[in-house]
Design a protein around this ligand. Structure first.
Ligand code: SR1
Ligand code: MG
Length: 410
């Protein structure tokens, strides 16, 4: 069989590729000449296209040999392979909370998934003022199901270790997370930047606080050495597409085994960024409500899966403790996830304000001074959380402290 060497696809190349894929072509309907190809690349890394035919639409993503937003930053192509593998691993666990992988091409590093053109990127929807109370609990459900189902609580270690081996090879994107999320912001690095001089004293405080640096160092070690479950690995509000009633987690290219609280913390951290970017008290209250609903949903569903798992596959670890001791063991595990969630939320907020990859949340604030004050509020919040991490024992400790910020930047 002859192999197609890698090349980046243009509209005509995309039509030719799909013309040779009967299942995908049938979804589009009509003939290749009728298919409209529209580039919608938005993230930092890949080319993304929507391909539309008389009957339907699909989404095509192709890895580039570099970071999309910086062609001088070379990058291996394998990220769409890991995204396809992540979809195969989690789709049976989470059902309609993600998309189906329709095709993966190992030569072109092309991934084709169902199109979600009726959905909006959650970050964009939040910036436009959407108040969708169902979204956060759905993400809690998503993480609970994906994490539990890929962990040692649900599968024999032989299966978990085999899956871990696949994702342990996701080296390039794990390196990005290690450097951009967990390292660069805490030292001088040319990739760091921030928008206003008012942030500089907070940055210097963060970098000179022993308690904060110890907390980050501990979380960084946990990210690499606690393979509790298969993570999405980049679960910010740009990796979620939603309507009021239907929510999908996309873009699992950073998938890796790690601490479950990493995914929870990324999501919570991005909701906190939205909180500070919304100088409106009622909207801020809604975000506090969403974080509470997220955590409660995650906790309830994870525990429900754990306690309801009476017939796990043969070879799965069975609990040794029983009665009250079993409850203590579960509580300790959930407390560990909560500690990671709050810590990684703080880390995500900091890197989105002073690191390489910022988010658009604050762009909706027209007045530059108010924008800077809101950013400073978020950065100070994250600094306090990491500096006092051991004092946050319950989700409510975090929520009360967040709720106290309702006037920051108003
Ligand atoms: C160079 S990639 C920078 C960021 O974009 C991705 O979406 C991840 O969040 C990564 O950290
Ligand atoms: Mg992404």
């Amino acid at each position: 069989m002859t192999q197609t060497p890698y090349h980046t696809l243009d509209a005509q190349g995309i039509r030719s590729l799909i013309a040779g894929l009967p299942d995908v072509a049938t979804r589009l309907g009509g003939a290749p000449a009728q298919w409209q190809v529209r580039e919608v690349s938005d993230g930092n890394l890949n080319n993304v296209f929507l391909v539309n035919g008389p009957v339907g639409e699909v989404c095509l993503k192709q890895s580039l040999p570099h970071v999309r937003v910086d062609p001088s930053w070379k990058m291996p192509l394998d990220r769409t392979f890991f995204e396809a593998a992540w979809l195969h691993a989690v789709l049976p666990l989470v059902g309609e909370l993600t998309t189906e992988c329709l095709y993966f091409d190992r030569d072109l590093y092309v991934l084709i998934v169902e199109s979600l053109s009726g959905h909006t990127v959650l970050r964009t929807a939040l910036m436009q003022g959407a108040d969708w109370p169902g979204v956060a609990p759905r993400i809690g459900t998503f993480i609970a199901r994906a994490a539990f189902g890929t962990s040692l609580l649900a599968r024999p270690f032989e299966e978990v270790f085999t899956t871990r081996r696949t994702f342990a090879a996701n080296l390039a994107l794990t390196r990005i997370t290690l450097d951009l999320v967990l390292d660069d912001p805490y030292r001088d690095h040319p990739r760091n930047h921030w928008h206003a001089p008012v942030l500089t004293p907070i940055v210097l405080d963060i970098r000179s606080s022993a308690a904060t640096l110890l907390a980050v160092e501990n979380l960084r070690r946990r990210f690499l050495s606690q393979p509790q479950a298969l993570l999405h690995g980049d679960l910010h509000t740009g990796s979620i597409m939603s309507t009021a009633d239907d929510t999908r987690v996309i873009d699992g290219e950073f998938a890796i085994y790690g601490p479950i609280g990493f995914d929870c913390g990324m999501f919570v951290g991005n909701l906190v960024l939205h909180y500070f970017a919304t100088p409106d008290r009622a909207a801020r209250k809604a975000t506090v409500r969403d974080i509470a609903a997220f955590w409660n949903s995650f906790h309830e569903q994870f525990m429900g899966l754990w306690n309801g798992n009476e017939s796990p596959p043969p070879g799965t670890l069975r609990p040794l403790a029983y009665g009250p001791a079993a409850h203590v063991a579960q509580q300790a595990f959930m407390d560990e996830i909560l500690g990671d969630t709050i810590g990684f939320a703080g880390i995500e907020i900091i890197r989105r304000i002073i690191g390489y990859a910022h988010t658009a949340d604050f762009d909706t604030i027209a007045d530059p001074q108010q924008r800077a004050t809101c950013r400073a509020g978020a950065l100070s919040f994250a600094y306090h959380v990491l500096d006092h991490l051991s004092e946050f024992h319950a989700i409510n400790d975090f929520l009360y402290y967040l709720d106290e910020q309702e006037f920051v930047g108003l």
